[in-house]
Ligand binder design. Sequence first.
Ligand code: H2B
Length: 101
Amino acid sequence: MPIPRLSAAEIADALPGLPGWALAGGKFDGEGAAIHRSFAFADFAEAFAFMTRVALVAEKADHHPEWSNVWNRVEITLTTHDAGGLSTRDVDLARVIAEMV
Ligand code: H2B
């Protein structure tokens, strides 16, 4: 069974618990279908080490970020493709990522 999208009220409840994350447009839908956060590190090695930590967790959870890296910066967008928007999986992954910075 596909995972349900969070309602607008559920998103509003979750956001204060996710410092640095802001609502963004998802690939398949408009504003509010995704959350986004920018990360900056000392250099590329630090940025890529962070990405490696996140990748291992994401693969284990079978929930993968949409992301990009330019030298010391990593841009991450979280959305649930199976739900066509935000789900609890994004909130959970955002929390874990915040602990890996
Ligand atoms: N990642 C994200 N962000 N959303 C998904 O719906 C998703 C995923 N689905 N990773 C998973 C993989 C699915 O395609 C596989 C088959 O379990």
